[in-house]
Ligand binder design. Structure first.
Ligand code: ZN
Length: 258
């Protein structure tokens, strides 16, 4: 089989997996929670958000903002299953899940969106770089990044986990994020490692511009798409993100009262 042909087969397998996941795994019954469409991709694919719980403490988990780094999608599907089995974990909490932030890229197994913009460089962080064409002409120039911004302003999460590949580490942006990265890394094989804040990334925007905890969970290149396998390896660290008490961390870092 030629290299090109092999790539085409691989792409069609990814497209089939994408369609399957979008069609079934993320259809949540109204009784469980609510799912909302927060926007559409350039190709008109819905960008969905699932919302569980009604508490004040809000965790947002995003998968597959880079379409060819898709292992986070089956991993968050497993997290949702676990959450449904453990409704007590939602006491005082709300969990917002975006299973596929870049549906066009996911369908084609490519990093960028349909116009070739890297969505994870398209946020209005202080370090947005307008000189690089693939970062977009302006912050939020793309419908996908605007959809994610809508989630941010609507739910204003206390902390965020964004799942990528292939750097094989628990990366963080901003001082408030490191203890959360450590809490998550303690529950899986990924070491805490700061990769560096990328221009206009969601990490830069949430961690540096907004000063809120955000962890970029970088799964390995060959993480695969098997939810069971991913959950066994990384599920506990998502649970740690859920249980992470950012307020307690902020209070303890202030030290003892005088
Ligand atoms: Zn990425």
């Amino acid at each position: 089989m030629s290299k090109l042909c092999h790539r085409a087969v691989k792409c069609s397998v990814y497209a089939a997996v994408a369609a399957m996941l979008l069609a079934s795994a993320f259809r949540v019954s109204a009784a469980d929670a609510h799912t909302e469409v927060v926007g559409k991709s350039l190709d008109g694919r819905p960008i969905e958000c699932q919302v569980y719980g009604e508490g004040e403490d809000v965790l947002w988990i995003i998968a597959t903002i880079h379409g060819n780094e898709a292992a986070g999608t089956p991993l968050v599907a497993e997290f949702v299953k676990w959450l449904k089995l453990h409704p007590e974990e939602l006491k005082g909490r709300r969990v917002v899940v975006t299973p596929v932030a870049n549906p066009d890229g996911f369908a084609d197994n490519v990093r960028h969106n349909r116009t070739g913009v890297d969505l994870n460089r398209n946020f209005p962080a202080g370090n947005f770089d307008s000189k690089v064409k693939v970062y977009g002409e302006t912050p939020l120039s793309e419908p996908e990044s605007r959809s994610l911004m809508r989630v941010l302003s609507q739910y204003f999460p206390d902390r965020v986990v964004t799942i990528h590949q292939p750097l094989d580490c628990m990366d963080w942006d901003g001082d408030a994020s490191k203890p959360m990265a450590e809490a998550m890394a303690a529950k899986c094989r990924l070491p805490v490692k700061q990769v560096g804040s990328r221009p206009g990334s969601l990490g830069s925007f949430v961690g540096l511009t907004l000063g809120k905890p955000i962890v970029t969970m970088e799964l390995p290149e060959k993480a695969g798409m098997d939810g069971d396998v991913l959950w066994k390896e990384y599920g506990e660290s998502l649970i740690a993100a859920l249980r992470y008490d950012h307020q307690e961390q902020a209070d303890s870092s202030k030290g003892s009262p005088q």
